[in-house]
Each structure stands twice: as structure tokens, then as C-alpha cells.
Write a protein that binds this ligand. Structure first.
Ligand SMILES: [Zn+2]
Length: 386
């Protein structure tokens, strides 16, 4: 079962401990995304060494391949993939809407065609809970309806109604001990967001997520929605903003009382040659790095930064060696864990506001490069979540 405690607050920011079946997570936390039961290019030992205490895996992908029953028979996802710390599984709803073909949604569930072999499937609220329980998730997510951005009010309204209906059915279907989070929807309509939050809080779930944001809307709108929702969520439950991956967004949402984050940005950008550093984003293929003997980030303690020059990392990418994407992924995952460590330390010391001003002064916000879809791997820009 889940046990969450807020140990310190700094304005609305919270320092917390989230105790889960496979271990304790310090919050605010960032969860690397291991879509198909692997954080691409990294071993579980490397993920843990980077400081991650929980990862996100994806129900849609694992249901299709290798199948949740096969993973259950193998002893659960943690054992199957060799990661003995907590796992949050998303409900698969986001992939059904973004990745699968010919999706038909009704109150019964979401019927879709597999992107792998074209076979047809129906995700009901009951089935996605059953799949996540078979996987042995520490935290399971309710099936939700996540419309794309922008969306009309009638569609957003219907999405909120269905998300509430499905959350109720997910909650009724879960076994005792399943840590089920509800997902607040409502697009960018303030009253719908508030209505969604209130309806889900009435279900008395162990935690709450905010979905359907960070989809391309202006950041002021994102923060407005997040602030309104966190104000309505119970103070003693963890809050998870799905798909927020830019450091400036993580900092802003932490100030609004969010405890958990995930995004494919560090891993996807790492594989394509973009590093997040304390001085902003670095595109390693750029010619300026060809003779640069400096590390990727002189403030970073990861293996890649301790060992290799920018010139060597650029070389790996230019000749297409697999070690390049691996080292940049390793660095990016560590960068986000160091970011969260900095945030937690600052909250603990009561200086989050000044710490974040100083961090953002040095850091060049990474806007302008959307995570974007990546069809060959199945990662999705939002967490693979929602
Ligand atoms: Zn590094």
C-alpha cells in the first residue's frame, strides 16, 4: 500500500516521502520513462545510479508485447526487467488516442487497432486495472479520455464525464492494495478542470494526476490549470503532472504543489543528440563541439561527463555509434535527477524561490523543440501517460 507524507513545505512547494511496495521515493521526483519495460539504452543499475527511485512503464505497449499475462507468469514486471524499485504504469489511454489506429471510444471503453499488427482490442476501465495489477505496478492509473490540444468545449466536457465514469469503474474493479491514481482532465477550461478534480476527489483515491496538459498550450495556461487543480486536491495525497519535462515547467509546477513528474524528453533527446545541461541545451552534433575537450556539463557528476569530452561524444554521433545515444541518455537522466535533488534540497532549506531564480538564470529554457512523436519506438510525447 501507499503511504505519503509531506515533510516540509516552502510556500506551496512540498517535500515528501512516498512509500510504495518496492521502495521509498523522495518527492518532488522525476520518473524516467521505460515504455516497453526498459528505459531505452540504460540498464536498471544505471537508472538507479543516476538517482531515479521510480520509473514509468506503459500498459498499452506491454499488453501488446509481450502480454501482461506472460509478465505476470514471469513474476511481475519488476522481476522481469530486473528493476527492483517502484514502477508506475500508465493506463494506456494516451497511446490508444495517440498511437493506435481507428480508435472508437464509447462509455464501455476504447476500442483500437494495434499499431503492431493491426489486431483489434478493447480497453475497458476494468481491463486496464487488471493489466496493471498483473504487471505488479506500485502505482496504477485510471483509464481516462485525453483529447488532443486544442479541443472544443463539448469534446472536453464529454471527456471529463467519461473520465469520471471510468475512474469510478476502475476504483470498483481494483483489488485491495492497488494504488490507483485518478487523472484530472478538462483541457484548458478552468471550470471543467475544477469539476473533474472535485469528482475524482469524491472517489477518495490514493493519489491524483493532472493529464491533458503540456500538449502545446501556452505555459501560462498550463500553470493556471495546474494551480487551480492542486488547490482542490487533498493535501495528504501525492500529485502527479503527466508529461511535463522541461526544467522550467517542472520548477513552476513544483511551486504549485506538484510532487511527481515524468516525460520522455531526457531519454528521447539523449538518443537524438540533445543534452540538457546546467547552462541550457546542447546539440552535440554541432560543429562547434568538434574540438571541444570540455565535458558535456562541467557541473555534472555522471559517468559521461566525468569521462568523455564533447568532441568524443560528437564523434560518436557523427559516425552513428550506439555508445553516443547511450551516454547522452545517461547524462540526461542524471541531469533531471540532479534537478530534482536541487529542488528538494532548496525546499528543505526554505529557499526554493531563490534557488529556482538562480537555476533559471543560468539555464537557457529549452523551449522551441517539441518532444514530438517517434513512431519507430512507440514513445509518446506526454508520458505515455494518461
Ligand atoms: Zn553528465
Amino acid at each position: 500500500m501507499l503511504n505519503f507524507s509531506v515533510e516540509k513545505t516552502d510556500s506551496r512547494a512540498r517535500l515528501g516521502r512516498l512509500e510504495l511496495p518496492h521502495g521509498t521515493v523522495r518527492t518532488p521526483c522525476f520518473m524516467p520513462v521505460g515504455t516497453q519495460g526498459t528505459v531505452k539504452t540504460l540498464t536498471p543499475a544505471e537508472i538507479a545510479e543516476a538517482g531515479a527511485e521510480i520509473i514509468v512503464c506503459n500498459t498499452y505497449h506491454l499488453y501488446l508485447r509481450p502480454g501482461h499475462k506472460r509478465i505476470q507468469a514471469a513474476g511481475g514486471l519488476s522481476k522481469f526487467m530486473g528493476w527492483n524499485q517502484p514502477i508506475l504504469t500508465d493506463s494506456g489511454g494516451f497511446q490508444v488516442y495517440s498511437l493506435a489506429a481507428m480508435t472508437r471510444v464509447s462509455d464501455e471503453g476504447a476500442e483500437f487497432q494495434s499499431h503492431v499488427d493491426g489486431s483489434r482490442h478493447l480497453f475497458t476501465p476494468e481491463l486496464v486495472v487488471e493489466i496493471q495489477e498483473a504487471l505488479g505496478a506500485d502505482i496504477a492509473m485510471c483509464l481516462d479520455e485525453c483529447p488532443p490540444y486544442p479541443v472544443s468545449r463539448p469534446v472536453a466536457e464529454a471527456g471529463v464525464a467519461r473520465t469520471t465514469l471510468w475512474a469510478d469503474r476502475c476504483s470498483a474493479a481494483r483489488q485491495p492494495g492497488t494504488n490507483l491514481f485518478g487523472i484530472v482532465q478538462g483541457a484548458t477550461f478552468t471550470d471543467l478542470r475544477e469539476q473533474s478534480a472535485k469528482s475524482l476527489v469524491a472517489l477518495d483515491l490514493p493519489g491524483y494526476a493532472i493529464g491533458g496538459l503540456c500538449l502545446g498550450e501556452p505555459s501560462e495556461v498550463t500553470y493556471d490549470m495546474v494551480g487551480r487543480v492542486t488547490a482542490l486536491l487533498p493535501a495528504d495525497r501525492p500529485r502527479y503532472l503527466m508529461g511535463a519535462g522541461y526544467p522550467e515547467d517542472i520548477i513552476a509546477a513544483t511551486k504549485l504543489g506538484v510532487d511527481m513528474f515524468d516525460c520522455v524528453l531526457p531519454t528521447r533527446n539523449g538518443r537524438t543528440g540533445t543534452a540538457f545541461t546546467s547552462r541550457g541545451r546542447v546539440v552535440i552534433r554541432n560543429a562547434i563541439h568538434a574540438d571541444d575537450s570540455a565535458p558535456l556539463d562541467d557541473a555534472c557528476d555522471c559517468y559521461a561527463c566525468r569521462t568523455f569530452s564533447r568532441a568524443y561524444l560528437r564523434h560518436l554521433f557523427m559516425v552513428g555509434e550506439a555508445l553516443g545515444p547511450k551516454l547522452l541518455t545517461l547524462h540526461n537522466v542524471r541531469f533531471f535527477q540532479r534537478l530534482m535533488l536541487g529542488i528538494r534540497t532548496a525546499i528543505e532549506q526554505g529557499g526554493f524561490e531563490s534557488w529556482s531564480s538562480e537555476f533559471l538564470r543560468r539555464y537557457q529554457p529549452a523551449r522551441g523543440q517539441s518532444p514530438g512523436p517517434e513512431s519507430d519506438t512507440g514513445d509518446c510525447p506526454q508520458t505515455n501517460g494518461s
